[in-house]
Design a protein around this ligand. Structure first.
Ligand code: NAD
Ligand code: UDP
Ligand code: UDP
Length: 316
């Protein structure tokens, strides 16, 4: 098959590209390199099945493919709040363009939505029929509400135009190729522990998240794309940790000497988050298999390598 991955040079997108290339598909990676990097996909350069297009999805584009994995959108608060209006344009105009493309060429379209559509949830754990508790005017709204509109667009293109859609609600995901400086908690803690600087815990660290290793997530996305269930489907790891527990785990694993430093909790920071994955288990036969310690070890190796390259460059 010929498959388009928007945001394919990013963290999750590049892992999808790897899986699709390994399966022998023709893959088009489309990215504007806002948070993505060529280094994430450069191992495919020169392969005749791989094509890279630098393009911003807020502008229309004409391509011919069978499937579209639509991931283009900054995902970490630091990046999506850098230019919130652009984040909304990417979610709304960008998703509209990709759905228009899917409609014209009759491609199957998978939207990478997010657990953030549940906002600061009053229901725990979160099933897909929970409608969420999202602030429309807060600093996270450009992302949360942007993704909610993206889901609405997908379902309206499905009902109105018969577009073949799949909607995944992705919960916090971590693994190799996360940006060291993107502000998300796992990458912050691992980077800080490796550098021997204090791990920054926001608030008292009692807020919870559930962390899914990227290989597990990609398996879920590929099953969703190729199955019959249109979704929305939660994809995440139900293991729930407080942020303090995560900090202590990383500390013990990487650098027991590293200190913890408490900093203010950002506005609208959700207090608890844990996926109910019954739907994914039932319809996709999917559940995560990689324990946190195992996934963290792989991520630490990747970060170590990148830090060594950084140190070598700074010495030259
Ligand atoms: P990422 O920032 O690494 O990847 C996003 C990619 O999209 C980047 O390569 C970026 O350059 C590209 N991009 C951004 N705006 C674009 C535009 N206007 N045109 C073209 N390309 C553009 O983030 P990620 O963690 O890989 O997330 C990928 C997708 O998964 C996002 O849609 C995100 O909302 C969703 N998601 C991620 C998580 C997570 O924990 N990582 C959780 C929920 C949902
Ligand atoms: N679009 C695109 N590539 C295509 C087909 C459509 O980028 O191959 C864009 C198109 O420019 C429009 C959006 O997708 O902005 C929605 O397209 P649709 O056909 O649904 O709506 P219309 O063009 O009629 O407004
Ligand atoms: N967080 C933290 N220290 C950091 C970065 C994040 O304590 O250095 C907290 C943050 O306040 C939130 C949780 O970790 O409660 C997850 O943050 P992240 O930005 O990774 O994801 P999201 O809030 O979007 O789930």
């Amino acid at each position: 098959m010929r498959i388009l991955v928007t945001g394919g040079a990013g963290f999750i997108g590049s892992h999808i590209v790897d899986r699709l290339m390994q399966a022998g598909h023709d893959v088009i990676c489309l990215d504007n390199f806002f948070t993505g990097h060529k280094r994430n996909i450069q191992h495919w350069f020169g392969n005749p099945n791989f094509e890279l297009i630098r393009h911003d999805i807020t502008e229309p584009i004409r391509l011919e493919v069978d499937q579209i994995y639509h991931l283009a959108c900054p995902a970490s608060p630091v990046h999506y709040q850098y230019n919130p209006v652009k984040t909304i344009k990417t979610n709304v105009m960008g998703t509209l363009n990709m759905l228009g493309l899917a409609k014209r060429i009759k491609a199957r379209f998978l939207l990478a939505s997010t657990s953030e559509v549940y906002g600061d949830p009053e229901v725990h754990p979160q099933p897909e029929d929970y409608r969420g508790n999202v602030n429309t005017i807060g600093i996270r709204s450009c992302y949360d509400e942007g993704k909610r509109v993206a889901e609405t667009l997908a379902f309206d293109y499905h009902r109105q135009n018969g577009v073949d859609i799949r909607v995944a609600r992705i919960f916090n995901t971590y693994g190799p190729r996360m940006l060291e400086n993107d502000g998300r908690v796992v990458s912050n803690f691992v980077g800080q522990a490796l550098r021997g600087i204090p791990l920054t815990v926001y608030g008292d660290g009692s807020q919870t998240r559930s962390f899914c290793f990227v290989d597990d997530l990609v398996e879920g996305l590929i099953r969703l794309m190729n199955g019959d269930c249109i979704g929305p489907v939660n994809l995440g790891n139900p293991g729930e940790y407080t942020i303090l527990q995560l900090a202590q785990t990383v500390q013990q694993m990487v650098n027991p000497g590293a200190e913890l430093q408490y900093e203010p909790l950002p506005q609208d920071d959700p207090k608890r988050r844990q996926p109910d994955i019954t739907r994914a288990q039932t319809h996709l036969g999917w559940q995560p298999t990689v324990p946190l310690e195992v996934g963290l070890t792989k991520m630490v190796e990747d970060f170590k390598q990148r830090l060594q390259i950084e140190q070598r460059l700074s010495l030259e």
